[in-house]
Design a protein around this ligand. Structure first.
Ligand SMILES: Cc1cc2nc3c(=O)[nH]c(=O)nc-3n(C[C@H](O)[C@H](O)[C@H](O)COP(=O)(O)OP(=O)(O)OC[C@H]3O[C@@H](n4cnc5c(N)ncnc54)[C@H](O)[C@@H]3O)c2cc1C
Ligand SMILES: *[C@@H]1O[C@H](CO)[C@@H](O)[C@H](O)[C@H]1NC(C)=O
Length: 470
């Protein structure tokens, strides 16, 4: 009985301590370590500097901007929210509408982001029946946002003359003329980084030795920083894991993250063509792929290129690890499967055949990671004593993490300050219960290619392309 009484007292005491710890915001001079200076890590550092934090260190395993960052790319698609968040929405819709609203406010108004947003419009299309059914349902639910493109000519008229000269056989879709387009990706990373380091509040260590996190640093079961490949320890009051597809190699995410790769390459344009292709609406077919206009910096440098991606449910790479079953891990390659290159050429042939015989430059795999519901994972790691954990995770871009990087910065800062809105905290929570028995080959609502998730280990070496593809 005595023992029980004391246990009860201890529990009450522990609860009070946890509550107090949770209510106490970090000091502005608390040391904050961000692992990963990619899309999200850079945005988080930027936001924390803006909120007045003065002691931020960001580690990355590659010189900035990291060659393996999913965001180190010419450009990315941006879609603004079509509904404001409202109480009667499902948790998932509410979370997405909140995330997109936070992001679009930054893209529209923040002086660092705004110049990189090209709101040129967004063509939302498909060829296959199942894929088109999804597009149609989404577009027809919002006639105020999407207009039908009746035929191939309607597609052609959505772009400057001479761009969509292809026959677009089987293409069906809609256009959203406002509130969507594309952003300059690497350029915004560079500017956000420059702004974050400007006042000296954030230091970036981006180096294969001094910046590569080999393991987290634990003390009394609590994360207190990280160790890098050069043997140095980096102690911090708070550690934020934002290592993209590499995050699941540092802690056990209990299957919540699936590192997944897509493929991209670049089609060179001549200087004379650049103005015609400079401000195109996004042409996105959910089962074919998309291409995006060259950023202004590339045009100025005399290297205008369209970035092209084929669309498919994704590649994974299953490897033996500590667990009994194989698990997916990223493998970097500046090459792509031959079938992916073929699909890119097919996409060019159907839409812009005048460019289809050009080389596909700098093909590469681009790794992101998917959560089971494709909503981001932004939470305190449960750690040893749940609400107190000093390890925060920001992972699971799930294919939408670039346009929403501004929101991630804000949400992580709110989480750190224990003022993340309750409904958002619930949706973005650490949620391994959603990943039990996870099927790594789930297509997760995506289409295209072979219409299945492909294990890269099953693609023979001679089925890969390396260097420029013709
Ligand atoms: C082909 C492709 C097209 C996409 N298109 C779009 C789009 O149009 N719109 C959109 O919104 N999203 C798009 N995305 C998704 C988006 O790019 C990602 O969701 C987002 O960039 C993820 O950001 P991140 O910071 O989590 O990862 P990353 O930007 O990849 O950053 C992770 C960083 O962690 C570093 N790192 C890894 N391991 C370690 C370690 N051990 N120690 C230190 N550092 C480490 C890496 O070097 C890297 O810099 C696309 C993704 C791909 C692959
Ligand atoms: C951090 O700031 C607080 C005031 O907010 C101050 O009392 C403390 O000395 C500072 N700590 C360091 C290490 O500068």
């Amino acid at each position: 009985m005595q023992l029980r009484y004391w246990q009860l007292c201890l529990n009450v005491l522990a609860t009070i301590t946890i509550t107090m710890a949770a209510l106490e915001p970090p000091e502005k001079n608390s040391s904050i370590l961000i692992i990963g200076a990619g899309t999200w890590g850079t945005s988080i550092a930027y936001r924390l500097v803006k909120r007045g934090y003065t002691n931020i260190k960001v580690l990355d395993s590659n010189t900035f901007p990291s060659s393996i960052s999913a965001g180190n790319d010419l450009n990315k698609i941006l879609e603004e929210p079509i509904s404001p968040p409202a109480a009667d929405q499902s948790d998932l819709d509410y979370a997405w509408n909140t995330i997109e609203a936070l992001s679009s406010e930054v893209w529209r108004n923040d002086p660092v982001h705004k110049p990189h947003y090209h709101p040129t419009g967004f063509i939302y299309a498909a060829v296959g029946d199942e894929a088109y059914a999804k597009v149609k349902a989404a577009a027809e639910a919002r006639p105020d946002v999407y207009s039908l493109l009746e035929d191939a000519d309607a597609f052609r008229r959505a772009m400057p003359e001479g761009v969509l000269t292809g026959d677009l056989t089987g293409w069906r879709g809609f256009i959203r003329r406002q509130g969507a387009g594309w952003v300059e990706a690497r350029d915004i990373l560079l500017d956000v980084h420059a702004e974050a380091v400007k006042v000296g509040a954030a230091t970036f260590v981006c180096d294969p030795e001094a910046g590569r996190v080999a393991e987290l640093l634990y003390e009394d079961n609590e994360v207190v920083g990280a160790k890098t490949a050069d043997g140095a320890t980096h102690r911090a009051d708070y550690t934020i894991l934002a290592a993209g597809a590499g995050a699941s190699t540092l802690i056990d995410f209990e299957k919540q993250l699936r590192p997944t790769a897509w493929t991209l390459a670049h089609v060179p344009l001549t200087a004379a063509e650049a103005p015609t292709y400079a401000e195109l609406p996004v042409l996105f077919a959910v089962d074919q792929g998309f291409f995006l206009s060259p950023p202004a910096s590339a045009i100025a440098a005399g290297e205008p290129e369209l970035k092209i991606c084929d669309e498919h449910p994704g590649y994974i790479h299953l490897a033996d690890g500590k667990a009994k079953e194989k698990s997916p891990v990223p493998v970097q390659r500046d090459a792509i499967p031959r079938s992916s290159a073929d699909n890119m050429q097919k996409l060019l042939q159907a839409t812009v055949p005048q460019l289809a015989d050009r080389p596909l430059l700098r093909p590469r795999l681009c790794w992101d990671s998917d959560t089971p519901d494709r909503l981001f994972l932004i939470a305190r790691h449960p750690g040893s004593s749940s609400s107190q954990s000093r390890l925060l995770v920001a992972a699971g871009g799930s294919g939408n993490g670039f346009m929403n990087a501004p929101a991630v910065g804000i949400l992580v800062a709110d989480l750190l300050e224990d003022r993340l809105e309750e409904r958002m905290a619930k949706a973005l929570r650490w949620r391994p219960e959603t990943a039990v028995d996870r099927d790594w080959f789930d297509t997760q609502g995506r289409f295209g290619g072979a219409d299945k998730v492909v294990d890269l280990g099953e693609i023979p070496d001679d089925d890969w392309t390396e260097g420029p593809i013709r």
